[in-house]
Design a protein around this ligand. Structure first.
Ligand SMILES: [Mg+2]
Length: 295
């Protein structure tokens, strides 16, 4: 195997960092072709957490991904805190018909609702709008906010919010929000290692799991969770370069069911990448990918 250190710049700060760095690993798959893995844990990780990223990178570099059951993977656009006009534009980036709107940041709920409304109108009745609160609400605020955001999401003629991602931080609070709203709840921050998924499912805290391949320890580790609970999964990135993103694409292509668009359209958040042609969605999907690694 061959190891190549890399560094890529982010277009905007994320989790307090402005660049991502790590190691690309070139191995060989069972078909004799190059297989690439990315090892890029965040700097504040414990060795134990980082070891799962390592396992995921080695699985990729050995070409040990399961057979895909689909060729293309629908992805969502990402709408940060922006004025409504710009938000409506971004919602359709890459031809996406599903948008994830970041809420519960510095804006008031009414401003989040205006943005959700603008996005819903831009996407029209066939579009899907989901919101991500990154755990910022308490239970009562979440229930109240979801009532308003769900109403705003109907402005385009569609069915309302597709789901809310991580309305509160604590798993017990997710479970309570889930009991008090009809908006489906997705657990993201609450599921970082395979054991977390067990806790979330045991408490009835989520309708959907957001899974990131690297922190979970690989594609197979994610599939094992799906096997165990038969729960819908949204595959998401951990802000990897395109080499790491491909592992997410491999999981999404191998899942028995894929009812929701995935959060894998994140290469646009990078200013530079590890491949000549970054993985980006066209017509709302990521199609078959060939990596041309340039580090
Ligand atoms: Mg999230």
């Amino acid at each position: 195997m061959e190891f190549r250190p890399f560094r890529v710049q982010l277009a905007t700060r994320f989790r307090g960092v402005t660049e991502r760095h790590g190691v690309l690993i070139r191995g060989r798959g069972p078909d004799g072709r190059d297989a690439w893995g990315e090892y890029s844990p965040f700097p504040d990780y414990t060795p134990e957490r980082a070891s799962r990223w390592w396992a995921a990178a080695m699985e990729a570099a050995r070409g040990e991904w399961p057979e895909p059951v689909r060729d293309t993977v629908p992805v969502n656009s990402i709408v940060p805190e922006l004025p409504s006009g710009r938000a409506a534009q971004l919602a359709k980036a890459g031809g996406c018909t599903t948008a994830k709107v970041k809420v519960a940041g510095t804006m008031r709920i009414i401003d989040d609702a205006r943005r959700v409304e603008a996005v819903a109108i831009a996407l029209g009745p066939e579009g899907r709008v989901r919101v991500d609160a990154n755990g910022a609400w308490d239970v009562d605020t979440a229930v109240k906010a979801l009532r308003e955001l769900d109403a705003a999401a109907r402005a385009g003629g569609g069915p309302g919010l597709e789901y809310v991602e991580q309305p509160c931080m604590r798993v017990e609070d997710l479970a309570e929000v889930r009991r008090r709203t009809h908006v489906p709840v997705a657990a993201d921050e609450s599921v970082r290692i395979p054991g977390d998924a067990d806790a979330v499912m045991r408490l009835g805290a989520a309708d959907i799991l957001v899974l990131k391949v690297a922190p979970m320890g690989g594609v197979q580790a994610c599939l094992d969770v799906v096997d165990r609970y038969d729960v819908p999964v949204v595959v998401s990135s951990a802000m990897e370069s395109s080499v790491g993103l491909l592992a997410g694409v491999a999981l999404a292509r191998a899942l028995p069911e894929l009812p929701y668009a995935c959060g894998l359209g994140t290469s646009e958040l990078l200013a530079t990448d590890t491949v000549r042609e970054p993985i980006v969605p066209h017509d709302g999907v990521i199609g078959p990918v060939t990596l041309d690694v340039i580090v």
